[in-house]
Structures are given as structure tokens and as C-alpha cells.
Design a protein. Structure first.
Length: 358
């Protein structure tokens, strides 16, 4: 264990002991928000501190065993104890490094999924529909709730744009690496010559903004328009001006919601989506100079910018960020995303471990 990591662990242990004292303080206990916040931090630190204290205990046992090596009668027993404790320390060292990796506070949040057709015309819209269904099937497998916020259907199927809210444990943590440009290579149904075409779509994954989070939106900066719903909407389509479009003038960010019959509910959903987009833009600006974040940004929808390629003739999916190639396109497009998601998570963990070592 490096001195830097040891220092971080000592600081974490001091904080853990401080929180333990605060949670027993009657004044803190009477403040539900403060008590809840500290309890969450306590639960986050507890596995780390337990592992650290276990490491210290094993380290002491190793020192005692090494001291016993000078005793000829106990040398054989001491050698066994040294080997056993050195093995335990190595395992605990790896465990501590993983526990020290900072967690993304957004990982457990609900998300807004946005899929937009890019280069490729009708085929791009059809591919956007395929991607959207892939994510919906994955969400269903996870037991998550989904609701469409707005959609703009393509003329020959699929979507020019579709936005959905997905609610469930770990939504953002599982799908955050899906943000970016997705490229498809296949023969379109409208292609009579059997030629392979390349099209692209962009996917954006935005964590839903909690009410407690501060996103400064000046009402004077908003233009709110109402219009009649179109597309999915059932009997109320084109009967009332219930759909809402909100434009944030300073950033030229536009959001729509036409899912609900109530104009008030549509406005509330649109405001939530707007806050999520503005917060995501602010966070992206903060991290724009960090290479590990830059590779996850959403591109322009151009074919040349891509995070992943779906090659139908070869049944192949390639994630270009981690040079991952899988010949499981049929399964993955049906919503079995684990073979793609898990390696991306592992790659990020490896990057963070490398940074920790530095």
C-alpha cells in the first residue's frame, strides 16, 4: 500500500468516527434531512473502514509472525503464518483500492433516454427505432418503468427523435456509457441492389434531476408554447392544446412533452427534462478537458463520429472506445446488453484504479 493511499484511508477513518459521533447527537437525530444524509455517508464508508481495519489487523499479525522467525523452534510455524498473512494482505490491498474508487452520485438515478436519427435519412430513423426498442427491452428485463415523453416518427418507420423517462434502481449506472453516436451497417429494406448502407443515430443518457438539486433556471429565460398532440396519444390527439414546448432562450435548449392529457403535467415533465439537460450541459462543460469523459460525449450524428458500430452482414458489434468486438448482434439488439455494458464498467474501473495509483 502506498503512503498516499494509506493517508486517504486514515482520513476516511477519521471521518467515519466523526459521523458515528454525530449520528448519536440528539440535535442531529432531530434533524431528519441531516440524519438521512449522514446515515447515507456512514453506509458508504462502512465497508471501506471495515476492510481497512481488517488490513491493519492482518498487518500486525504479519509483523508478529516475522518477529517469530528468529526463534528456531517456532520458525516453521512462523513461515506458514507469514505466507498466509502476506496472501491476505494482497487480497485486502486490492479490495481497498476498489472501495476507494469514487462512486458516481448519479448511478442510482432515473434517466432520460434520447435517441435521434442522424446521417442516413429513412434508414437512420429505422435504426433509431431499433435502438429505442433495444433499450426498452433491456429496461423491461431489469424491471424498470418506462414512459415516452415525446416522439417524432419517421416516414418509413422508426423515429426521427424519441425521448423516454426510465425509472429504476441503477438506471444511469447501467446505461450512462450509451451516450454517443451509434453507427449501423446493413442493407436497407428499400435497397433494391443489395448494397450495404451506413447510417448513424445519437443516443443521450441524462440523469433525472432531483428536486433538491439546484438548477438555476430564470422563468424570464423561458418561452412556453402549447400545441395539440400528434403521434402516440390515443383519443385526445388533436383535440386540446395539452402538449407543451419549452425553450430555454440563453442556451437555445428546446424540450417537448405530449404524453399526458393534462397541460399542467406535460409542463412539469418538460421542466424536469429541461433541468436535466441544463445540468448535464453544465457538468459536461466542467469535464470537457478530461479525456476519460470526452470519449463518452454525444457526437453530431455524423458517420465518422461513433462509439459503436452494428454490422448486420457480419452479425458483429464493435465498441470503439475499448476495442470490444462481439458476434452477438442478434442477442444484443433484442435487449441483452450485459455483454456490452459490463466490459465498459470494468474498463472505467481499471482507469480509475490507474488514476488512484498515480
Amino acid at each position: 500500500m502506498t503512503p498516499e493511499i494509506n493517508q486517504k484511508l486514515a482520513i476516511a477513518e477519521d471521518r467515519f468516527e466523526e459521523i458515528t459521533r454525530l449520528l448519536a447527537d440528539p440535535e442531529v437525530m432531530s434533524n431528519q434531512d441531516k440524519f438521512r444524509e449522514l446515515s447515507k455517508e456512514y453506509a458508504h464508508l462502512e465497508p471501506l473502514i471495515n476492510a481497512y481495519r481488517n488490513y491493519q489487523s492482518v498487518q500486525q499479525e504479519l509483523t508478529d509472525a516475522q518477529d517469530m522467525l528468529a526463534d528456531k523452534e517456532l520458525k516453521e510455524l512462523a513461515l506458514e503464518s507469514v505466507a498466509e498473512n502476506e496472501s491476505k494482505l494482497a487480497q485486502l490491498d486490492d479490495e481497498l483500492k476498489i472501495l476507494l474508487i469514487p462512486t458516481d452520485p448519479n448511478d442510482d438515478k432515473n434517466i432520460y433516454l434520447e435517441v435521434r436519427a442522424g446521417t442516413g435519412g429513412d434508414e437512420a430513423a429505422i435504426f433509431a427505432g431499433d435502438l429505442f426498442r433495444m433499450y426498452m427491452r433491456y429496461a423491461e428485463k431489469q424491471g424498470w418503468q418506462t414512459e415516452i415523453i415525446s416522439m417524432n416518427e419517421g416516414e418509413h418507420g422508426g423515429y426521427k427523435e424519441v425521448i423516454a423517462l426510465i425509472k429504476g434502481q441503477g438506471c444511469y449506472g447501467d446505461l450512462k456509457f450509451e451516450s454517443g453516436t451509434h453507427r449501423v451497417q446493413r442493407v436497407p429494406e428499400t435497397e433494391s441492389q443489395g448494397r450495404v448502407h451506413t447510417s448513424a443515430c445519437t443516443v443521450a443518457i441524462l440523469p433525472e434531476v432531483n428536486q433538491v438539486e439546484s438548477v438555476d433556471i430564470n422563468p424570464a429565460d423561458l418561452r412556453i408554447d402549447t400545441f395539440r398532440s400528434s403521434g402516440a396519444g390515443g383519443q385526445h390527439v388533436n383535440t386540446t392544446d395539452s402538449a407543451v414546448r419549452i425553450t430555454h432562450i440563453p442556451s437555445n435548449t428546446v424540450v417537448e412533452c405530449q404524453d399526458e392529457r393534462s397541460q399542467h403535467k406535460n409542463k412539469a415533465k418538460a421542466m424536469s427534462l429541461l433541468a436535466s439537460r441544463i445540468l448535464a450541459a453544465q457538468q459536461q462543460a466542467i469535464h470537457s478537458e478530461q479525456s476519460q469523459q470526452r470519449k463518452l460525449q454525444v457526437g453530431s450524428g455524423d458517420r465518422s463520429q461513433r462509439i459503436r458500430t452494428y454490422n448486420y452482414p457480419q452479425g458483429r458489434i464493435t465498441d470503439h472506445r475499448i476495442n470490444l468486438t462481439l458476434y452477438q448482434l442478434g442477442e444484443i439488439i433484442e435487449g441483452h446488453l450485459e455483454p456490452v455494458i459490463n466490459p465498459l464498467k470494468q474498463a472505467q474501473q481499471a482507469d480509475l484504479l490507474a488514476q488512484l495509483g498515480q
